[in-house]
Design a protein around this ligand. Structure first.
Ligand code: SF4
Ligand code: SF4
Ligand code: SF4
Length: 637
């Protein structure tokens, strides 16, 4: 016979032990009475497992074929709404929302990989004796709606309204990123780069850790769904019009509260059904755990009244979700969240929006808990005492230390974010074509542009890690920062610094940027002249092969050298300069003709004769002749 709390499961029938039934009004607070999910829980686990198999299959298909269906992720809808790219994620999201309006929030309960992650984290925590309790905040629960607006609606609103606003008040929209013209719809159902819109693996792992374990531990079993998921906002609204609900046969309800205790979505089921005879909370994910767990078969999934039409009586208001905070507390933590979010969003050019949301939520909660720790004499977190009778426990001390570390990290991230924003601002003002800086005969860069570039360099240097003289704890991935430092140093007139930054960028690159090679070559020629450029080109060709910008630079250099030799009357030297281009540009009739003409103008000599022989052999073999190797300083590629 298995016993669980006040439930007796003998003979396969669950009987309520009425002697321990909670007092009316106290139902739903007895959280200890939870039990493992039954049939629906197992079905849901299978469904969510199947979703992961499909995701893995999708990935494998891409790996094997190099082209596959675009990611079936709601976030992909952003690209449809902003850039007109119709993709599988958009179609899926629309279908999921429409079906939610009919069936209720099924996607969240049965098909979302993030809910699977949260369920897994919650399950693992239960295994070690931690039952994450939900944190309740009215203002923070608006975050998903704000994010949904920002991600999906704001780009379209901007596009439709900004031109008009700008025509009314010029400069009004300067604070916002530029509006992109609507390019029209395009087909992006199949893609070559499946991962293009996802963060790197190095970011994805901490993302899952923060938005799974940390958020679940701090904010409750569905902490990310409740406070961080923008897609959930759409499902929440759609669920309100759905007639399919968890309905109750109240004649059988014993008000035991077991359903509420088992709802990981923090729905006050036993209270709601008393007022509405159904669950009206749009946070209900139709997971059916409550249906499974009810000992009297009170609950079922069936036709009810859309949540939108539910009673609005004072009695109904009482069962609405309550906050753990006063309005002052709500405003303070909302402010802390906003600061945290802006600090982490896009910092180091790596942290994506949802991860920034997860981190900001966690830091906000930790700050709130720490404030409680300092102000109250008895504080606990997930059944663990942090302060008892005014005395701080080891757990409490640990929480304070963790909070302090998180706050320091957030301040550092905020500083980097500010530096990034400022450097982008000054770089925009200092944007000039580098031809003006690096090529001869161009007008000088205006003074205000030089000042803007110097400011940009200052903010870019701040983004370097502490051990490289900056302020940041981490640097953006890759070499973007060095490239920008080189660019702005060049515009500001500090060519040695530009050369250092660009050289270090190239040293770190496995595939060099063509533009960077071209600009560095031009810079070396401007700084040290053609001889240094020639040496650098040889070294670079050895390292990178015949990259197009290297060939271009070598070609231009050879032409300049040949022209200078012709001007000084040394036709043979000019021919030699052109011959030295053969290993770079290969068999080229125009080039060979130029060499012939130069040799015709040169006085006869043994060297001229020898070169004629090499060129004719080269021509006869169609470019396969190794003759050019015999020319000192000229190597075959
Ligand atoms: S709210 Fe978001 S994360 Fe949660 S289950 Fe729904 S779609 Fe997934
Ligand atoms: S619906 Fe079932 S589990 Fe919920 S309070 Fe009533 S009897 Fe208890
Ligand atoms: S109310 Fe029931 S179906 Fe809805 S989320 Fe809670 S346990 Fe799942």
């Amino acid at each position: 016979m298995a016993r669980f709390g006040m439930m007796d499961f003998s003979r396969g029938r669950k009987v309520v032990n009425k002697s321990v039934r909670p007092k009316p009004g106290c139902e739903g607070f007895r959280r200890s009475g939870t039990r493992a999910p039954g049939r629906s829980g197992r079905r849901r686990a299978w469904a969510l497992g199947f979703v992961h198999v499909l995701i893995a299959g999708h990935l494998i298909h891409w790996w094997l074929t190099g082209r596959t269906l675009s990611p079936i992720e709601p976030s992909e809808s952003m690209y449809t709404l902003e850039n007109g790219q119709v993709n599988a994620g958009f179609i899926f999201f629309v279908v999921a929302i429409l079906s939610t309006a009919i069936l209720g929030r099924w996607f969240c309960g049965w098909a979302c990989h993030m809910v699977a992650l949260q369920d897994l984290c919650g399950w693992l925590m239960k295994k070690v004796g931690i039952t994450p309790r939900p944190f309740r905040s009215r203002l923070l629960s608006l975050i998903p709606f704000v994010l949904a607006f920002y991600m999906f609606l704001w780009p379209s609103i901007k596009r439709e309204t900004f031109p008009f606003l700008e025509s009314m008040i010029p400069g009004l929209t300067n604070w916002f990123s530029p509006v992109k013209a609507w390019p029209g719809f395009s087909n992006h159902l199949f893609v070559d780069n499946f991962w293009a819109t996802f963060p790197s693996v190095i970011v994805s792992i901490p993302f899952f850790f923060v938005c799974g374990f940390v958020v679940v531990y701090l904010l409750g079993a569905k902490g990310f769904c409740t406070y961080g998921c923008p897609y959930g906002a759409f499902f929440n609204v759609a669920d309100r019009v759905s007639p399919m609900r968890i309905v109750a046969d109240m004649s059988k309800c014993e008000s035991c509260g077991l359903c509420t205790a088992n709802c990981t979505s923090n729905v006050q089921i036993s209270r709601e059904i008393k007022v509405h005879s159904q669950v009206v909370d749009a946070g209900c994910m139709k997971c059916l755990d409550c249906v499974d767990v009810c000992p009297n078969g009170v609950l079922s999934f069936g036709l009810g009244k859309p949540g939108l039409l539910a009673k609005k009586s004072p009695e109904a208001q009482k069962v609405a979700r309550k906050s753990h905070l006063s309005w002052t507390g709500e405003i303070l933590i909302a402010g802390a969240f906003i600061l945290g979010w802006f600090s982490w969003r896009g910092v180091y050019e790596q942290i994506p929006l949802l991860m920034a949301t997860g981190i900001a939520l966690s830091v906000t909660f930790l700050c709130w808990k720490s404030a409680q720790l300092l102000l109250d004499s008895d504080v606990s977190l997930q059944q663990r005492p942090l302060r008892r009778g005014g005395v701080l426990t080891r757990g409490g001390l640990g929480l304070l230390v963790i909070t302090l570390a998180c706050v320091i990290l957030t301040i550092s991230a905020g500083k980097s974010r500010w530096d990034l924003q400022q450097s982008s601002h000054w770089m925009e003002k200092a944007a000039v074509n580098l031809d003006q800086v690096l090529l001869p005969g161009k007008p000088p860069v205006p003074q205000e542009t030089v000042v803007a570039a110097q400011n940009a360099v200052g903010f870019l240097q701040s983004q370097l890690s502490i051990n490289r003289g900056g302020w940041a704890l981490f640097e953006p991935e890759g070499t973007r920062l060095e490239e920008r430092l080189g660019y702005m140093s060049a515009v500001s007139g500090d060519l040695p610094a530009a050369r250092l930054w660009w050289s270090s960028t190239l040293d770190e690159s496995s595939v060099p940027s063509h533009d960077l090679l071209l600009r560095l070559g031009q810079l070396i020629e401007k700084q040290e002249g053609p001889r240094s450029l020639s040496e650098w080109l040889e070294t670079s060709r050895d390292r990178w092969g015949l990259q197009p910008p290297l060939v271009t630079l070598r070609g231009l250099l050879g032409q300049k050298q040949a022209t200078a030799s012709v001007q000084s009357g040394n036709y043979f030297a000019a021919a030699r300069h052109l011959e030295a281009l053969i290993p770079w540009i290969g068999f080229n009739q125009g080039l060979l003709g130029d060499i012939d003409r130069l040799l015709d103008s040169a006085p006869d000599s043994e060297e001229v004769f020898e070169m004629r022989r090499r060129i004719s052999e080269f021509r006869a073999t169609g470019g396969d002749s190794p003759a050019v190797n015999s020319v000192p300083g000229v190597r075959q590629n």
